[in-house]
Design a protein around this ligand. Structure first.
Ligand code: C5P
Length: 222
């Protein structure tokens, strides 16, 4: 069997990263979480207090920023200017600001180039919002994963709890719905299901069931 590229897209907190990691591990592929890149540049923009609404300022910031992803035991490590920010980029502060940063054309162009490089000529599972539509357009398998907004908020609530982040379920529902709206309505590469993607509703599936479905689809395409 030859290594393939697997693209997983979908709205916030649909289970993409958890499931993508399992699939990658099972296949011996690398896992790339593209949201982490948008989060990293957002973290820097917040600390440098740049105007988040400006495409040009975002471009200037990118030119003096180094974002590096490294595969690790449990997924992926994220480095921003050589500093390990794997945990820090998950803060609510970054989460609330990231979708605005991700609207900028210069930011997206830069990230998409990096992502294509990382995936070149290897077995890879990549998750994000525009992977099937703009990054790995020739991926052998594209999955569009979703779940009800209530279920997604509940899952994020539990995940945050485990990491010691306290946010109410209501607040998370609002944040997730707002991020989905912004990601779906932006001008440049909005969140869309690719025409050749398989739709997977994970609302009533366990993590393992969802991973098994994707593994089966992957095997059919190898
Ligand atoms: O996947 P995650 O929730 O970490 O993504 C954070 C944000 O980054 C998304 O809400 C979206 O605004 C942006 N993003 C994107 N394109 C991607 C991955 C993430 O615009 N491929």
């Amino acid at each position: 069997t030859k290594p393939i590229q697997i693209a997983i897209d979908g709205p916030a907190a649909a289970g993409k990263s958890t499931i993508a990691k399992i699939v990658a591990e099972q296949l011996g592929y690398i896992y790339i979480d593209t949201g982490a890149m948008y989060r990293a540049i957002t973290m820097k923009a917040l600390s440098e207090r740049i105007n988040m609404a400006s495409n040009e300022e975002a471009g200037k910031l990118l030119a003096k920023t180094e974002i590096d992803l490294q595969p690790s035991e449990d997924g992926q490590l994220v480095f921003l200017d050589k500093k390990n920010v794997t945990e820090a980029i998950r803060s609510q502060h970054v989460t609330k600001a990231v979708s605005e940063m991700a609207t900028h054309k210069l930011v997206r162009k830069h990230m998409v180039e990096l992502q294509k490089q990382l995936a070149k000529d290897r077995g890879v599972v990549m998750d994000g919002r525009d992977i099937g539509t703009h990054v790995l357009t020739d991926a052998a398998l594209k999955v569009f994963m979703s779940a009800s907004v209530e279920e997604r908020a509940r899952r994020r609530f539990e995940e945050n709890n485990k990491r010691g982040i306290l946010t109410s379920l209501e607040e998370l529902q609002v944040e997730i719905a707002e991020r989905d709206k912004m990601d779906s309505e932006r001008q440049v590469s909005p969140l869309r299901q690719a025409e050749d993607a398989v739709f997977l509703d994970t609302t009533t599936l366990t993590i393992d069931q969802a991973a098994q479905k994707i593994l089966k689809l992957a095997e059919e395409r190898m």
